[in-house]
Design a protein around this ligand. Structure first.
Ligand SMILES: CC(=O)SCCNC(=O)CCNC(=O)[C@H](O)C(C)(C)COP(=O)(O)OP(=O)(O)OC[C@H]1O[C@@H](n2cnc3c(N)ncnc32)[C@H](O)[C@@H]1OP(=O)(O)O
Ligand SMILES: N[C@@H](CCO)C(=O)O
Length: 382
């Protein structure tokens, strides 16, 4: 087993990658060995080993939750929530955030090397599930000497992992915070993901996922996939307020003008193109296929004989559910269904729907009310 520091400059926090021998038995039946997990920690484990908080990231997130990204220098994706003086604070908590299995920021995924062939896995990487991601995190926590989590916290796909934790390891979780998430992917969720996957696979550069050798990825397909997905992370009201029908300024047309053609005349078109292009620079197309698939397969009730309450039967955890009123990707009704199941299972649960114009991605933006809810919930159990 090796545990190495990755060579990055850190404001605070420690960026590492561990190679665990495994094997990790995956829901699909495959055995993964070895298992690489890239992660960051902040703060220190207390003498009782009782202050660990695991933060689970969303679809395209990473382990850089609170410290600046080593490549872009941008602040961590949840620096608003995690850091000195924040609800999740390295002065009080031992904070762990790991890159999920299947991703491309250092953990085992389709872009990493298959030890059996000495080549990138590509589409030979085994299909993974949310529960497989959670099992890999449990292996990391074993390595770090964390038996019980004070809390597991996540938004979006991070919330799916957070929910999966007490269902998979009921004795290891004392509290669970689930933000803007769901206990299952609906037909509409799967439909949007399938559009994105088909955009990637229709790009001639995808080549069955074998594009690593000449470093010529299916950038156009992945950018279109991200553009479509990004719309689902926003809200109509937010888009109207930010862009409306405003025209995009260009060097030759500083106030914008219609070209009566197919340039990005509208600001919203230009914005989406920017989001698509920026995404290609930071994400692997095959990882996008694998992780969206894991989300589509997620159905916590199905894993427990069709009863969502059954998933929480053995759990002793307290739960905090948060939704946003403009999130149409994982609307409040999905959180309510989880709350009902938790009530049926007799689990302590608090639930709040917050108002925000920003849609699903509101959990990533400045949201003082969200910080107050998370802070209050974590302190109540400390
Ligand atoms: C969840 C995790 O675990 S981490 C993964 C989360 N991260 C992401 O999803 C990254 C991409 N997502 C986003 O940017 C999301 O919208 C958010 C919520 C995270 C950020 O939202 P905001 O801070 O409001 O940023 P916004 O959506 O306005 O995008 C700003 C970018 O659009 C660009 N932009 C804005 N308007 C235009 C336009 N008309 N034309 C072209 N580009 C534009 C800005 O220049 C800026 O570019 P930059 O990010 O390269 O600096
Ligand atoms: N925008 C976030 C949340 C999506 O669920 C991401 O890309 O991970």
């Amino acid at each position: 087993m090796t545990d190495t520091h990755l060579p990055v400059d850190r404001r605070f926090g420690l960026d590492r990658r561990i190679t665990l021998p495994g094997p990790l038995r995956l829901d699909g039946g495959a055995l993964l060995s070895p298992v690489d997990i890239a992660y960051e920690t902040y703060g220190a484990l207390d003498a009782e080993r009782g202050n660990a908080i695991l933060i689970c990231h969303a679809l395209t997130g990473d382990q850089h939750v609170a410290s600046s990204h080593p490549r872009t220098g941008k602040p961590g994706w949840w620096a608003r929530m995690v850091g000195p003086g924040k609800p999740i604070d390295p002065a009080r908590h031992f904070i762990v955030c790991a890159n999920v299995l299947g991703s491309c920021m250092g953990s085992s995924g389709p872009a990493s090397i298959n030890a059996a062939t000495d080549q990138p896995w590509g589409m030979a990487f085994p299909v993974i599930t949310i529960r497989d991601m959670v099992r890999a995190q449990a292996m990391l926590l074993d390595h770090l000497g964390v038996e019980t989590l004070q809390a597991v916290v996540g938004g979006s796909m991070g919330g799916m992992q957070a929910l999966s934790w007490p269902a998979t390891f009921p004795a290891r979780v004392k509290a669970c915070v689930v933000i803007a998430s769901t206990a299952r992917h609906t037909a509409q969720n799967i439909a949007f993901h399938e559009v994105g996957r088909q955009a990637v696979m229709a790009d001639p550069k995808w080549r069955g996922g074998e594009y690593y050798a000449d470093q010529d990825p299916p950038a156009a397909g992945l950018a279109v996939a991200r553009m479509a997905a990004h719309i689902t992370y926003l809200s109509e009201a937010g888009l109207t307020e930010k862009f409306g029908r405003k025209l995009q300024a260009r060097p030759d047309q500083p106030n914008g003008a219609k070209t009566f053609g197919f340039d990005a005349d509208f600001q919203i078109e230009s914005y989406l193109r920017h989001q698509g292009i920026a995404f290609v620079d930071r994400f692997d197309a095959n990882s996008y296929l694998y992780i969206t698939r894991a989300m589509d397969y997620f159905d916590l009730a199905e894993e427990h004989h069709g009863r969502l309450a059954g998933a929480f039967k053995a759990s002793k955890a307290r739960f905090c559910l948060v939704s946003f009123d403009t999130d149409w990707l994982y609307p409040t009704s999905e959180s309510r269904a989880i709350v009902h199941a938790l009530n049926a299972a007799g689990a302590p649960v608090s639930f709040v729907e917050l108002a925000s114009p920003f849609g699903h991605d509101a959990f990533l933006l400045e949201a003082p009310e969200l910080n107050r809810v998370v802070d209050g919930f974590l302190r109540a159990g400390a």
